[in-house]
Design a protein around this ligand. Sequence first.
Ligand code: ADE
Length: 246
Amino acid sequence: MRIGIMSAMHEEINALIQTVKSPRTTRLGDRSYYEGDLWGTEAVLAFSRWGKVASASTVATLILKFEVDVVLFTGVAGAMDNALDIGDVVVGEAFYQHDMDARPIFKQFEIPLAGKSFFLASKKLNTKLLSATEAFLHSDAIDDDVKKTFAITAPKVITGAIASGDKFVSSNKDAERIKQALPQVKCVEMEGAAVAQVCAEYDVPFGIIRTISDSANHTADIDFMKFTQEVASKYSIGIIRNFLNA
Ligand code: ADE
């Protein structure tokens, strides 16, 4: 198996890149791709940058140029479900593009000419991701002082729908609009549904995990930057390591 691993931010994937044994680096389309052995698995790592276009082009390159068989994406998200706390993890099942709206020609959220409004992650990968995440959250891999800083007490993992769009959601008004239109959605981010669409089109199984960094309201930017720097990379490396049985 050759696995492609992506994140939207350098901070989120840097620790994993450092773990690859003598990585071969390729610059292509303004991105860096790091190929090598990750705990005994052949891997290609990339950070896509933010948003649907950036992540779609990066995942297409992973599939077409680096011939990965499987894609994993790890990153952070803003909570839509009130039951989610900062430090919880969502393993994405169905991926919607909350800013896709070609009405009146197509229904709201329908991907034009794809005939669907969402793309589904691989069930098999999700089962593994769920247990990898559970094992990570129940380990002592997250420092107590980090937990204290972010008021993380009993972090949990759930599965569910995720919505992506080219918008950092940082107001109650925008969050409410998404909640009303897509009540099944657990969290929002800016890449997952684009990665999901490209993987589905190339028939490549994918799994996407998102750690809740903020509540998608007026505090989102403050929580987000701090969380990404201090916590997200630890979650990524810990969960992927468990996933690869390393
Ligand atoms: N990623 C993390 N938090 C987010 C938010 N509030 N909106 C969009 N993407 C995010």
